[in-house]
Design a protein around this ligand. Structure first.
Ligand SMILES: *Cc1c(COP(=O)(O)O)cnc(C)c1O
Length: 436
């Protein structure tokens, strides 16, 4: 056997990474690939009548994620509500399925608000900085279905004036700044100013202050969320009884990383492992992608619920709201493309450009590229590139397959989050969408 003659050495990590998030060589990537290869005929069948590149959306996966997320938190807290963050995947079919899964929608613009209303959503939170008068107007016209998460004192003033002018009552919350460092300050008000916000809102007969919201980017573990919950608890100590009584909900936002962890390329992040193969022909090296661990949702739920019980419920009782995006829809969409040109022994060009996903994600993020036409669990080095006029148009540096030939169909799984929403018709047309 050839492998008997080979000696494989893995050299240790070259970069020092955060100790809280251990880094692994992704030895179990084969089980992920194998999971998708088991469904190979299902996918190829769906692709038959459609043009590629294409996204296949699997509503059953979305549903099971929505249920899992809800159950994780619902079982630990007395009163909860769940809102899907529409920006993460703005295809109307996904929002529609989420409404059917008993989620509300979290929207961040008049455009998203319109879509949520048109889909018949009855429970919408509208957050985000810089809301325009026209956006406030739509929210006020639909005040029974929309809560506005106000982002600043200026917004409160403008919204109160318009609500008063329209003689419409509206429920509001306030977004809190979680990170007072420069750019994150653009979101919300400092927690120290909750009482002042409450007092200003109380001056208007038309805006009704009901709660607090925060959102902490994306997290591989719940420590940032728990830390901020402690901070809110501390701040509540200095709030008046009336203000505390007014708080009926605390919305802890989104930012839960999928359980697979974060995969990255060695080539662009300068971390990971080097595989050295020594055989009779000498030594060859290969740079290997790696994975940063993320905690399962049950762990997030346990830690966040404990932090809430210790720091919040000892002072007020209220509903806890969630705005997950990525965790819910990441696994529900898979991307498919065709190999058009094998130009060199190590360069393949596909019919999809990165305009399909709207950004240069795969220069840094690693996802397995699976040859559905010539399947295999072995990963080979190959530059898989798109057809746009830019060298940043990269899908990856490896593929799983027996071989790679023109006409082969490639799959990149788990492309449901921050891809479809960001797609653009740049040079090439946008991908088609297939619902299953
Ligand atoms: C983006 C965003 C979310 C969703 O974040 P995910 O990382 O996709 O879970 C939730 N709430 C707010 C306010 C956001 O801006």
């Amino acid at each position: 056997m050839e492998s008997d003659r080979k000696k494989i050495i893995y050299e240790k990590l070259e970069a020092v990474l955060n100790e809280e998030n251990p880094v692994f060589q992704n030895k179990d990537i084969k089980s992920v690939v194998s999971f998708y290869l088991d469904k190979r005929h299902f996918y190829l069948d769906k692709l038959k009548l459609n043009s590629l590149p294409a996204y296949i959306f699997e509503a059953s996966i979305l549903k099971s994620k929505a249920d899992d997320f809800r159950h994780a938190f619902e079982n630990l807290l007395p009163e909860t509500a769940f809102y899907f963050a529409m920006k993460c995947n703005n295809h109307p079919d996904i929002s529609f399925e989420m409404i059917n899964n008993n989620y509300g929608l979290d929207v961040s613009s008049g455009l998203e608000l319109d879509q949520a209303l048109n889909l018949g959503c009855e429970d919408i939170v509208f957050s985000g900085p810089g809301k325009t008068k026209a956006e406030h107007y739509i929210a006020l016209q639909n005040a029974g279905r929309v809560k506005i998460l106000v982002d600043s004192f200026g917004e409160l003033e403008r919204l109160s004036a318009l609500a008063e002018f329209m003689k419409v009552h509206i429920r509001i919350g306030v977004r809190l700044t979680t990170n007072p460092k420069m750019l994150w300050r653009k979101f919300g008000i400092l927690p120290e100013r909750i009482e002042e916000f409450y007092t200003q809102a109380a001056r208007s007969a038309f805006v009704h202050f009901e709660g607090l919201q925060f959102h902490t980017s994306w997290n591989l573990n719940p420590s940032v969320q728990c830390e901020f919950i402690r901070k809110i608890g501390e701040t509540l100590d200095s709030c008046s009884e009336e203000c505390k009584k007014a708080i009926k909900f605390i919305d802890v936002g989104g930012g839960y990383w999928p359980e697979q962890g974060e995969w990255l390329h060695y080539e662009t992040t300068n971390a990971g492992m080097v595989e050295k193969t020594i055989d009779s022909l000498g030594e060859t090296t290969r740079k290997i992608h790696y994975r940063t661990e993320s905690k399962p949702i049950s762990f997030f739920a346990q830690e966040i619920s404990n932090a809430i019980k210790q720091n919040i419920f000892s002072k007020i009782s209220c509903k806890i709201c969630f705005e997950p995006g990525r965790w819910i829809c990441n696994d529900s969409m898979q991307l498919f493309m065709t190999v058009i040109d094998i130009k060199e022994p190590d360069i393949a060009i596909t019919d999809a450009g990165t305009n399909t996903i709207g950004w240069d994600r795969f220069e840094y993020d690693y996802f397995p590229i699976i040859n559905m036409t010539r399947p295999s669990l072995e990963e080979k080095s190959f530059n898989i590139l798109g057809s746009l006029c830019t060298p940043h148009d990269v899908w990856g540096y490896n593929y799983f397959g027996e071989d790679l030939k023109e006409g082969d169909i490639l799959m990149i799984p788990m492309q449901g989050a921050y891809t479809w929403s960001l797609r653009q018709q740049f040079i090439k047309p946008v991908a088609s969408f297939i619902k299953t």
